[in-house]
Design a binder for this molecule. Structure first.
Ligand code: ATP
Ligand code: MG
Length: 197
């Protein structure tokens, strides 16, 4: 039997994508020997129902711009094309339907998101669909939230105290986001006039 490919999935709102996301994915890809990491921008985020979120197409294009130069990174439209709020269990079900035959799945998540994982939908099924990799994030404690044995790994990654919220607030206040996000993202935000109004 041929060995399965090792496929990382990094879900997020990516409003906008920043270097914290990219470093996390790159580190996990290296240390878990992943063949590919697919970034999956959310449709309407189930975790952020009350928050105003930038149109999915802009968030998707920023993810494409930020990952274009990395041969191991790609971006999927599956969550933005499904109607309704995004639940990770749907993301993983769809990924299995598309790539399940020859791939093993690794879902990458920061410490803050991991801590809330037991509140996610259909957690029992979730644990069967992927191995979860929780990574450190400044300001958050990284711990196994009580997943079944062997379903989660915890990993330290270089600490980048960057959040999309702070990037949006900075743009809104006329402050720079150079070097917090890839250059192409600064330019795309300017071109599309995001986060200003
Ligand atoms: P927001 O402030 O809008 O919530 P965010 O920076 O938290 O944005 P998300 O799109 O919510 O970004 O996060 C997607 C995933 O990336 C989550 O699993 C989150 O924990 C992880 N992540 C985000 N920023 C970092 C970071 N600086 N270091 C490690 N992981 C991160
Ligand atoms: Mg977040």
């Amino acid at each position: 039997m041929t060995q399965k490919r090792r496929l990382g999935i990094m879900g997020g709102t990516f409003d906008p994508i920043h270097h914290g996301h990219l470093v996390a994915a790159s580190e996990v890809a290296h240390f878990f020997a992943l063949d590919e990491v697919i970034f999956v921008p959310t449709g309407l985020s189930s975790h952020k129902p009350d928050q105003r979120v930038t149109p999915a197409e802009d968030r998707y294009l920023m993810a494409v711009i930020a990952t274009a130069s990395n041969p191991r990174f790609s971006v999927s439209r599956i969550d933005i094309e499904r109607s309704g709020p995004t639940y990770t269990v749907d993301t993983l079900r769809d990924m299995h339907a598309l790539h399940g035959d020859d791939n093993e799945f690794f879902f990458i998540t920061g410490a803050d998101a991991l801590a809330k994982m037991l509140d996610w939908h259909d957690t029992e099924e979730l644990f069967e669909l992927a191995h979860f990799i929780g990574v450190t994030r400044p300001g958050h404690r990284l711990a196994d939230p009580g997943l079944p044995d062997g379903r989660v790994s915890l990993m330290e990654v270089p600490a980048l105290a960057i959040s999309s919220t702070e990037c949006r607030d900075r743009v809104h206040a006329g402050e720079p986001i150079w070097y917090l996000v890839p250059d192409g993202i600064v330019q795309y935000i300017n071109k599309r006039n995001l986060y200003r109004a």
